[in-house]
Structure formats: C-alpha cells, structure tokens
Ligand binder design. Sequence first.
Ligand SMILES: [Zn+2]
Length: 375
Amino acid sequence: MVYNFFCKLIIFILKILSLFLAFFLLLTILGWVSPYISNIHSYSLLQRLLTFESPINQTIKHYIPTKVAGYDLSRLLTIIVILFLSEQVQSLIGKVQFSIQKQYSDVKNFLHELVRTHPGTTRTVIVGPSDSGDMIEGVAIGQGAMHNLVVGTHHGNEYGSTEVAMAFAASMAENPIADQTIYVIPVLNISGYNAREREEKDANGYYRDPNRDYPGPCGTDGPYHLKSTAALAKFIDQENIIASATLHTFYPAVVYPWGISTYDVSTPYDDIFISLGKYATELSGYTVGNSSQVIYPADGCYEDYAFWKSGVWSMLFELGYSHSPSQSEIDEMIRTNVPGLRKMLEQAPREKAAKHEFTGMCDVRRLGRLDRRDE
Ligand SMILES: [Zn+2]
C-alpha cells in the first residue's frame, strides 16, 4: 500500500512536470515566432509571456554556444531538448503506472478467460492456499504424460515475471506441446504481488522471502513459514513435475543448481543444465551459468530444493534488465523468452535426474553473507 501511494505521488509530480514542459514548449515557440508577428504589441498577454521567455533564452545563449553559420539556433535547441525531456517523462509515467495497475484478481481473470477461450487445451488448477487468504491458481495446458512447470513471481515486486508467465500460458494454450502437460502459475506470492513487495506476509504478519523458504542442503530461512511455498512443494510431488522454470527479474541470465552456500557447485548434470540454458536463451542471448557463480549463493531457494529433493530439472530465469520494466521492455522480454521457455521444456529429459543428492561441503558462514536478496 505504501508502495502504491508512493507511486501515485511520483506520477502526480511527473504529470506536473509534463505540463510545465508543455507550457515551456509553447513559450519558446512564441519567442521564436514573435518577431514575425507585426501587431504583437496589441496583445498584452503575449507581451507578458514574452517577458518571461526572453531572459530564459538569453541565459541559454549565455551558457551554450548556439550560433551556427550566423544563425541563432538557441530556440530550436531548446525545443528539441524539451521534446526529448517530455518523451522521457511520459515513458517514466508509463513505467510507474504499469508497475501498480494490476492486482492478483486481474491475473485470475486472465487465467479464467484463457480457460474459457481454450477449453480443449487448458484447465484451471488450484495449487493451494496462500497466507493472503486467496487460493493460488494456475493453468494446466495440454494432455501429455510428461508434466512440466513454469512459476512466476516468487518475489512480489518482479511483475515482469508475471507478465512473461501469462504470455507463456497464452502461447501454450494456442499451441500445446504434444506429449506434455505444462502447469503455469503466474503468481506464487500473492500479497507481495498486490503490494509490489519482494517478500510475502506469513500468517503472523511477518515478511518472509518465499525464495528462501524451502528446505535445502545448506540451510534455509524456513522451511515453510509460508503456505505458498509449502503448497508448491506439495504440488511438484503430487503432479510428478519433471522440469521446471521459475521466473524472476532481473540480470539477464538463466541459471541452474547448485546455487547454495558451497564451493562444490557442480552436479553430475552440468552438461544437461547448460544445454537446457542454451535452448532457453537462443533468442534472448542471456548469460547461462551456475546460479551462485552468475548471481550469488542463496539458501532455501526453490530451484535447489526441487533438484535436491527429487531431481527436478529446475532452471531459474532472471529476466530482462529492470525490476520496473515498461510495456515495451516487457514486450521484448516476452518476445525473446516465451519461445526459449518452450524450447527448453521440449528438450528437457523425460525422467527426473537420478543423482540429485548434494555430496559437497557447505560453507554457510562465508558464502551465506554473499546473498544480496535483490534478484
Ligand atoms: Zn526474484
């Protein structure tokens, strides 16, 4: 709520700035054309406006050399700068507005509409209850025997991941993978998403990082302070998930286990993880690598948990270049990552990894401090 208020205040200030720039633009144009208006002296308002504009123009000329080949281009330059600034301000307003406009009810409406328009391929799935009081919803797409999973928005502020998950669901509903059923859960952290906060409120009102709340071989903040993480852990067992992608913002990278507090980051399957990462990033060109080497080590994350517990091929996507992408930046994230997600799941091994236990040494005291908790 604080975040929404803050955003609305910023939008208000930016709108005033935008009005001011529009006024300044008109003023500069008036200053430019005034010598060509013969009877300008008969308009006292225009005269008064010119007395504002003229000193500003003089100041600009004083500080910036604006004479080119005998022509004074100060007002032309001013107009170009104003137009550029207006464009930037408008784009900033768009970004901030986009970051607050959607709530979880909008995501649910999107999912229900998707199921209504694609009844042959798509059905609603309930993952389980959330501490927000809502049920966590997703969709199952396709009828295949192999079950795979895409989860967005462990972190509530990462709304770009929600948008990519929804676009992926829409694309899969149009054209499912023949032998797979893909579960898509656009939002795991509902209260965080509604407030655009990274963390999620537990039953007692404490803020918890959902992606530090799973059990792990080197520790965890949890386990399972949150109903959402417990529900997802149960869901991957119950549905026998083979491969999964979790969506976050931002790096840009696609990374794989081990991402825990250890120097022994290799699994027996680094080659497979790297090739899955390459399929995922064919269009995006994101970095592919080990989670703790590319990002930083962190304990209690879903990706390590799912692999460690049962050998799920789990990849983490750090999408894009910002936690507050604009619509056009989101369009680009969708354009490059939706085909990558599909290709990665198409190419995933048909069976879970057999050797999924962690056999290395933990070094939580040193490496635990590297967890920046911002991706
Ligand atoms: Zn994240």
